[in-house]
Design a binder for this molecule. Structure first.
Ligand code: PRP
Ligand code: URA
Length: 212
């Protein structure tokens, strides 16, 4: 795959280790959910490394010192329902004040086109770093639709966080939206004829919520 300036792919062994367990078909719902959360927290560390900060004075038991803290109302996350919900707590572990918007979308099983069924975004989201959360980036259709919604709403700093991606999905998003920073925990080989990622992990929503 071509290299894109706006795409970060994680090569960290701790993330790789967790993804290996996540993929295993014998990993149950509880462990799956915890792993998604942990991987998201590790990715958040990198994704928000340029979060705005401000200076404050802190009194230690010994003296006053100028310190740096993050600006708490500067971030929003937007999970794509359903599977993106599993990533929200992972961001909140590191950035508890992130506001949460929701975009409901499912892929039509025949056409693989995303169908939007819900959208509720926090007031003032256009002034925040906005991170779209979805564990899977397959054709890229859902991610592009979510980005379009946020752009229409006036968001200008949009980031996309996916745990597993197919090359075609990354290429689609990276080329269409060079201004969107994309964070991928692991790049997989290809899609199968039903639009599932190989080797992948199956249906992320079903595995998170135990629906199959
Ligand atoms: C999955 C996944 C993404 C989408 C990715 O959701 O969570 O939203 O597919 O595929 P794409 O890149 O080809 O658009 P799904 O439609 O299965 O809905 P669900 O989360 O409700 O199960
Ligand atoms: N959505 C999933 O949940 N899994 C895939 O492999 C592709 C899309």
């Amino acid at each position: 795959m071509k290299e894109y300036k706006n795409v970060t792919i994680f090569e960290h062994p701790l993330i790789r280790h967790k993804i290996a367990i996540l993929r295993n078909k014998d990993t149950g719902t509880k462990d799956f959910r915890e792993l998604v959360e942990e991987i998201t927290a590790l990715m958040t560390f990198e994704c928000l490394k340029d979060v705005p900060t401000r200076k404050v004075m802190v009194a230690t038991p010994l003296e006053k010192t100028e310190q740096t803290i993050v600006i708490e109302n500067s971030v929003a996350v937007v999970p794509v329902l359903r599977a993106g919900l599993g990533m929200v707590n992972g961001v909140h572990r590191l950035f508890p004040t992130a506001k949460v918007g929701h975009i409901g979308m499912y892929r039509d099983e025949e056409t693989l086109e995303p169908k939007e069924y819900y959208c509720k975004l926090p007031d003032g989201i256009e002034d925040k770093i906005t991170i779209i959360l979805d564990p899977m980036l397959a054709t890229g259709g859902s991610a592009c639709a979510a980005i379009e919604l946020l752009k229409k709403r006036g968001c200008s700093d949009i980031r996309l966080m996916n745990i597993i991606a197919a090359p075609v999905g990354v290429e689609t998003v990276a080329e269409k939206y060079p201004d969107v920073k994309v964070f991928i925990a692991c790049m997989d080989r290809q899609l199968n004829e039903h639009g599932y990622i190989l080797p992948g992990l199956g249906d992320a929503g079903d595995r998170l919520f135990g629906t199959k």
